[in-house]
Design a protein around this ligand. Structure first.
Ligand code: NAD
Length: 366
């Protein structure tokens, strides 16, 4: 029995539709397992700009800091695209990450067996299954390093700097080792240590801290090789830890090989005890907003990650994941995961609300 305070940020586009699905799923999980979820609905993104003039009002960050966990739908949309960089809806994401100290981004890339037809890889590779957890450093590296424009030897030039401190590498490394120890005890660290000094520090640090996790086998891949091996032998990977930029690129590659963007959840975590933030990896999908066709499963699976990682409710998380697996096995598909190669008679096309209802039906049955 637990009482949990959830900061809920619906945001823009399909964000409110998928957040609504998450709220229903948490409520049903609460009824089945005897927990209470209290929601603090907060503004961020374009809707916050319209209401307050700021993408991330102070009250939103304060509400998140007081919560046990944060769920965010998505932010952004064409009506705010004309705004300057610092005033755009997406600025709220960076503000939440830095304000909550979220330095680790977890993206599971799982190929669900009923969706194996959506995997663009050779069937012989796809049928072995894919279940990889990407652990991406989220608040350092080139996306946060010194950058600018200047006059160079060949005329005007621009630069971005990749810099990592030992502390930054060590804390994301420890997060990845801990997660690997809860899975198959296998961790792959991805860097570019043959070229970059920051990568040599990354690799040295990973090797040093590996001594504290003798049960976990650590190996290293250069990022260019990793991008090939993910396609050639995805079933060999379990947990992958890498920098902010390499993680950005490789986790999108993995998303592609597991089917639709509408299926992929994520968690962003900081220091133990601080609230984590959970969100689907997709954006606000303005092209399909308000039509009841968005796939809610990435959000529902993000809620499962929240239950497991921030609320310490592994049984409840597994129940939600199992309900999703059963709905897929029973042939329910939102439009984005309809498989043209499968007989239409075997599949039922469902909208956002119907898909959520199907998950709830299986979740409440136990
Ligand atoms: P997007 O992820 O919103 O959409 C890309 C494509 O995938 C679209 O065709 C969309 O219809 C489809 N799609 C996305 N989610 C889906 C779902 N759940 N079910 C079915 N189909 C889905 O990316 P975009 O179009 O590049 O960006 C749209 C807006 O979202 C932009 O303003 C962008 O800045 C913002 N964005 C926000 C986040 C975030 O809030 N975390 C992340 C990425 C992009």
């Amino acid at each position: 029995m637990g009482d949990f305070k959830i900061a809920l940020i619906p945001g823009d586009g399909i964000g409110p539709e998928v957040s609504n699905a998450v709220r229903q799923i948490l409520d049903v999980t609460g009824s089945r397992f005897g927990h209470n979820f209290h929601y603090d609905e907060l503004l961020a993104g374009g809707i916050a700009i319209d209401a307050t003039g700021q993408p991330l009002p102070e009250a939103t960050l304060a509400g998140c800091q007081k919560s046990d966990a944060v769920f965010l739908g998505a932010v952004g949309g064409p009506q705010w695209d004309h705004l300057p960089g610092d005033s755009r809806p997406e600025k709220a994401l960076l503000g939440l990450r830095s304000g909550l100290g979220l330095y680790g981004n977890l993206r599971p890339a799982i190929l669900y067996q009923p969706l194996s037809g959506a995997c663009p890889l050779h069937p012989a590779i796809a049928e072995k299954g894919i279940d990889i957890l990407f652990v991406r450093e989220l608040t350092g590296g080139m996306y946060f390093g010194d950058n600018g424009r200047r006059e160079g030897k060949l005329g005007p030039e621009a630069y971005d700097t990749e810099a990592y401190s030992v502390l930054e590498v060590e804390r994301i490394g420890r997060m990845a080792f801990e997660l690997a120890a809860q899975r198959k005890n296998k961790l792959t660290s991805v860097d570019k240590a043959n070229v970059l000094e920051s990568s040599r520090l990354w690799r040295e640090t990973m090797i040093r801290i590996s001594k504290d996790y003798p049960g976990v086998a650590l190996d290293h891949l250069y990022v260019d090789n990793a991008s090939m091996q993910l396609i050639a032998r995805p079933d060999d990977f379990d947990v992958v830890v890498t920098t902010n930029m390499f993680g950005d690129i490789l986790s999108d590659e993995a998303a592609m090989i597991t089917g639709s963007i509408g299926m992929l959840p994520s968690a962003s975590l900081g220091a133990p005890g601080s609230p984590g933030m959970y969100e689907p990896i997709h954006g606000s999908a303005p092209d399909i907003a308000g039509q009841d066709i968005a796939n809610p499963l990435a959000s529902i699976l993000s809620a499962a990650m929240m239950l497991r990682l921030s609320l310490n409710l592994p049984k409840e998380a597994a129940a939600v994941e199992s309900a999703v697996t059963h709905v897929l096995a029973d042939g329910y598909r939102t439009r984005d995961i309809m498989d043209k190669r499968q007989a239409e008679s075997d599949l039922t096309c469902a909208g956002t609300q119907e898909m959520t209802r199907q998950v709830i039906e299986r979740l409440s049955q136990g």
